[in-house]
Ligand binder design. Structure first.
Ligand code: FES
Length: 136
């Protein structure tokens, strides 16, 4: 049974923040948490990871060819948990900045603002990165 949450117990959601996952769902260099965003009028996948203790999020779109990058759903890191890889042709990105560091990528990943608060991870929507439901 789910834990009951009383009004005074609920974590306060940051203004403009969309809840993504609990903080402990993201381990350094581990599996990502995927979510949908609307970017340039299209619904796209995005992902949030933890690296060096901080959460970072990016659009799941390689800069070589606009394809999703994960080799298995929500798996982006190399075996050492140091770099983000594109499964198609091996483009390699810096997890901290999203910059291209190797392979055929052209520029960096599109960064998405995320924060941690009260043991939870939130996405801070922007004018060009919105929730799919926001278009309805
Ligand atoms: S599509 Fe990502 S490296 Fe080619």
């Amino acid at each position: 049974m789910d834990k009951l949450i009383f009004p005074g117990d609920a974590p306060s959601q940051p203004e403009g923040g969309v809840y993504l996952c609990p903080s402990d769902a993201l381990q350094n260099g581990g599996q990502a948490h995927g979510f949908d965003v609307v970017y340039a009028g299209q619904t796209c996948r995005a992902f949030v990871i933890r690296f060096n203790g901080e959460v970072q999020a990016y659009l799941n779109r390689c800069t070589h060819i606009a394809m999703e990058m994960d080799y298995r759903e929500n798996h982006f890191f190399d075996a050492e948990g140091q770099w983000l890889l594109c499964a198609t042709h091996g483009a390699t990105y810096d997890p901290q900045s999203g910059e291209c560091v190797g392979g055929p990528c052209r520029g960096g990943l599109i960064k998405i603002e995320v924060i941690e608060k009260d043991e939870s991870v939130y996405w801070l929507t922007q004018y060009n990165l919105r929730e799919p439901d926001a278009l309805l």
